[in-house]
Design a protein around this ligand. Structure first.
Ligand code: F3S
Length: 389
């Protein structure tokens, strides 16, 4: 199963960190019957927020640094628990910030780029169709597999990091052609308008699909922003790492005996109702997964024409925030009572310690996690609805 070079890694000839990482990959390979290790072109590492990994995670990373861990391939980070530049203004507790900075330092020492985004594909990190990668964040995994046609299993934080350190991953699951097949066809019989519609569709289908891969028919067109929300919502409600949309995604492989289900306007409305508490939000959060420049522009246009009735954040990558600052979108958003927030998101920051109880979102994924991970009641709906409720 291992090449000579990989065997050396496993035997500890390339240092303790490499050995420890290769042991993780070999153990996974055995569990999933992988025939070999395959080279990967990038890794995306989750487990970045202090809120999600805590002290144990920080110690694990610092230990790897002490053992000399260095990545061998381009490696990127998922969102952290705070905006690295605005954390004081945003009232992130000091104790949290201190630990968060230590986590980012540890990753940085390993050679990992502090992209801190779950949508690396919006900042030019776009693996090609058929390219093997090891990405960890569930929505990024769904997007890379489904919209870009790249190949990744849904890695955990440690396995993505191990793959980054060794430059390989075990060959199983979604790296293999025979497994990239949908076993449920979803015939969409309603009109899908905005991001919230795609989020509500994804949330409902994720629950029905339960880890099966869905193939959608009846979706006439979809932007990358809509597809990212569809995938993120299915990943959140049903751990779905791959989906197809007829005539839109690069692959569309359906099993002969695939089950067929319909999705109607009635189900769409029910899914929205299930996610929405109907309350007025104290804070509206946009950008789950992280917003594209087009989404930031859309929000800026909307709030410039009419000031929202509550505080709001647009969560995005540092790179796109800088672009939004340069173009002037951030200023428009700030003048309307909002903030473009980089490096973090509404779910992985300590929202529950920042005085918020009711948060609005147009994302099915954020709506699913805000109650459990941030103790929030959720206002779910399209932008116009939640910003002016
Ligand atoms: Fe990204 Fe946070 Fe949503 S990591 S997918 S914005 S929950």
């Amino acid at each position: 199963m291992l090449t000579k070079e990989q065997q050396k890694m496993y035997d500890g000839e390339l240092g303790e960190a490499v050995q420890q990482s290769m042991e993780i990959l070999v153990a996974m390979g055995k569990i999933y019957n992988a025939d070999k290790m395959i080279p990967i072109t990038s890794a995306q590492v989750s487990g970045v927020s202090y809120k999600t990994i805590g002290d144990a995670g920080l110690e694990y990373l610092q230990d790897l640094v002490k053992k000399g861990a260095k990545t061998r391939i381009p490696t990127f980070l998922n969102p952290a628990g705070m905006d690295i530049e605005q954390w004081k203004e945003m009232k992130i507790p000091e104790d949290f910030a201190k630990k968060q900075i230590q986590i980012l330092d540890a990753y940085s020492k390993m050679g990992i780029m502090k992209t801190c985004t779950c949508a690396p594909y919006f900042i030019g990190i776009r693996p090609k169709e058929g390219e093997h990668i090891a990405w960890a964040e569930s929505s990024a995994v769904a997007f890379a597999n489904s919209v870009l046609g790249a190949r990744t299993n849904r890695e955990g934080g440690p396995s993505a990091l191990a793959a980054a350190i060794c430059g390989v991953t075990p060959n199983y699951g979604l790296h293999l052609n025979e497994n990239r097949v949908a076993t449920v066809i979803v015939n969409v019989q309603c009109k899908l308008g905005d991001i919230a519609d795609f989020g509500a569709l994804g949330f409902a289908i994720g629950k029905l699909a339960k880890r099966k891969y869905p193939a959608f028919t009846g979706i006439k067109s979809a932007t990358e922003e809509q597809l990212k929300v569809l995938g993120a919502s299915m990943a959140a409600s049903g751990s779905v790492p791959l989906f197809f949309v007829e005539n839109i995604t690069p692959e569309y492989n359906v099993a002969e005996d695939a089950e067929e289900i319909s999705f109607t306007e009635f189900q769409l409305n029910n899914s929205k109702k299930e996610l929405d508490s109907k309350e007025k939000p104290q804070l509206v959060t946009i950008g789950c997964p992280h917003a594209s420049l087009e989404e930031i522009r859309e929000v800026a246009n909307m709030v410039e024409a009419r000031k929202p009735t509550c505080e709001f954040w647009v969560c995005t990558s540092r790179k796109l925030k800088e672009e939004a600052d340069r173009i002037g979108y951030s200023k428009i958003i700030e003048e309307a009572g909002g903030r473009v927030v980089a490096d973090t998101c509404m779910v992985v920051c300590p929202l529950e310690r920042m005085g918020y109880n009711v948060t609005g979102t147009n994302s099915g994924k954020a709506a699913k996690y805000l109650p459990s991970l941030c103790k929030q009641r959720v206002a779910f709906g399209k932008l116009e609805d939640i910003l002016y409720r």
